[in-house]
Design a protein around this ligand. Sequence first.
Ligand code: PEP
Ligand code: MG
Length: 661
Amino acid sequence: MERSTIVRVHEGLHARPATRFVKLAKGFESDVELVKDGKAVSAKSSVKLMLLAVKENQEVTVRANGADAIEAIEALIGYLENPKAGLDDEAETQSPANDAGQEAAPAPAPQSATSAPGQTNGLRGVAASEGVAIGPAFAHFPPEIAGQGRMLLADEIAAEIDRFRAAVAAVQARMDRALAQDSLSAGDRGIVAALRDIAADDSLTDEAEKAIKGGNDAVSAVITAASTIAADFSAVDDHYLNARADDVHAVGRQICLVLLGQDDVSLENIPEGAILIADDIGAWDLARAPLKRIGGVVCGHGGATSHIAIIARSHGIPAVLGLGDQVNALRSAHEVALDGNTGHVIIDPDAATRADFAGRVEAAAKERAGLTAFKTVTPKRADGRVIEVAANIGSLEEIEAAQEAGAMGVGLFRTELLFMRHMHLPSEDMQAETYAALAKAFAPYPVIVRTLDIGGDKPIAGIEFPDEENPFLGWRGIRMCLDRPDIFKRQLRALLRAAVHGNVKVMLPMVADIDEVRRTRVLIDECAAELKAEGVPYATFDLGVMIETPAAVLIAPALAKEVAFFSIGTNDLTQYIMAADRLNPTVAKLNDVTNPAVMSAIELTAKAGISAGIMVGMCGEAAGRPDLIPAFIKMGLTELSMSPASIQRAKKTITAMVAGE
Ligand code: PEP
Ligand code: MG
C-alpha cells in the first residue's frame, strides 16, 4: 500500500528531520519505504533517507507493507505534510544541516586579496569563519587508523561481530553522555546528535557487518563501510549533504578507536590562543575541545558548510578550511596568522605581518567587546527621546539572533517567506500563530508586520501572476493584495487576532496612492466586524505605511494624516527615485542611497511625518549604516530597523553621536 505527497519539511529531509522520520517509521512493524523519482529506500535508516536527498516541495511516495501499514502511511505522510505537528522532540535540537543553511554564508574570498604587508609565503583556502588571528601553531595530525590486514577465520567471525557491536554501543553511549551535559551549546548539541544518529544507523552497521562476515577484521570493516557511505554523501548534488561525508568518517574513526582500545589525540592541551592545524578535525572532537582557548582553525578538509565551519562561526573562531594538501606545509610551523575573511594563511609571519595581524586582532577584539556592551543600551537623542533600534526578520527562527543582539522589537517582519515556504497559501490560523509568537517574543516592544509584498519577480503558489514587462513596476505589494481580498483579508484577520498577544503594528508595502490606505482600512474594519460576530478575540493595531515609492514621498503630508507611522524602505525608494534597478549590477553605481536625490526624499518624508506628529522610522538597509545614522537621526527619525548583526554597532553610533553633540 502506498500514498504520495508533497514534502513540506523546510529544507527537506536533512539530518534531524530524517532522524525524526525514521523514529516515526520505527514505531511501526511494517516494512516502510520512501520513494523518490522511482528510487526506494528504507524509511528506517536516516542515512539512506538523507542520501535520497529529498527536498522541500518534492513529490515522494510512502510505501508500507505489514499489519499496521495504514497507520504507518498516515503518520509518515502526516509528518511530511506538517512536520511541526505531534512531535514532542521537535525542539530538542536543530538540524545542523539546517543551521548551516540558515547561516549567512561567508563572503567569497576576493580574487586579488593581498595577504599581508610584504609577505608572500601565504596559502589560500576557503574563508569559512570570519575574523583574523595570529598565534602559536598547534598541529593536530592523529595517526591514520589501519585494520589488521589479515582475513578472519570462519570461527572468529561471530566474536568479531560482537566486538564490533560493543564498540558501536560504546560510541553511542559516549555521545549520549556528551548530549546529557548542560555545558553543550544548542548548536553543538545538534551536531553531536546528528553524529550519534549516524553511529546508530543501520546503513553503517549493516555495511560493516557485511564486511566482517566476508572475513574482514572489525577495524577494516568500519573503514570500508564509512568510506562507502561517505562516498555516497559526497556524490549527492547538495553541498549540505556532501559535508555529512566528514561526519561519517568521524563516527567511523570513533568506532575504530574503541576497537583498538585507543584514545584520540586530545585537544585538551591546546595552548591559549593557539591556531589549530589539522588535515581534518572531527566535529565530535572539535565540539568537545576547549573552544575558548582556540585562536583559529586551519584545515585541509572542510568547506563553508562543514560542521567545523559551523562550530567555528558559532564560537567566533576565525577559520580557513579546505586547504587540501597545502596544509602539510603547516605541520612544522611555529606561528600562524590567518584571515578568515579572505581565506589567507601565513606560515611563520615576518615582523611586519605579525605587527599587522596583532593590530587587527586587537582592534577586532576591542570592537567586539565594546559592541556587546551596547546590547542592553537604550539609545537616546540629546533631548532624551529614545531611538528604537529594531530588527528586520523574515521568520520565527531569527527571533533568537535578534534578541541576542539586543533588538528593541521588530521594525520589519517580512511575511513573504511564510507564503513562499509552503505549497499552499498559509491558513489564517497558521498566520495568526506566527504573528502571535512574534509579538509575544518581543513584548512590550512593538513588532511591525509588513503585509504581503510579493510580485511577479517572486511568484508564490496559489497566486497567478500575469507576465509583466516590468515586475518592479507591476502588480506587487499592496496593489496585488487589494485585488485579492481573499488573500489579504486572511492576513488582516490573522493580524487582528495576533494583536491580542502583544504590541503588533502593521504596515503596507509599495503604497503610491492614499486610496490604497483607505481601502485597506475598510477591509480591516470588515475583518474586525467578522471576528466580533464569530466571537473570536482580536485587538486593533496601529496601521502604518512604507515610504518606498516617489509618489509616497510626494504625498507624505497627506498620507501622514491617515496613518500612525512611516517606515522608509530605502532599498526600493532608492531604485525608484534613481530609476536604477536594485538587482542590476550595471546600474549599481546609480543605486546609491547617499545620492542627494534619495537623501532629500528621506528628509521630505521625515519632515512630513514629524509635522503630523507620527513616528518616522526606516527599515531599508541604509538604517544600519553607521555613516548615515547621524544624518537620519538629525532628520528626526526615531526608529531604525536593520539586520540583527548591525544592531549593536548602530546603538553605539547613536550613543556616540549624542555624547559628541
Ligand atoms: C525596502 O524596500 O527598503 C524594504 C525594506 O523592503 P524590501 O527590501 O523587502 O523590498
Ligand atoms: Mg521594499
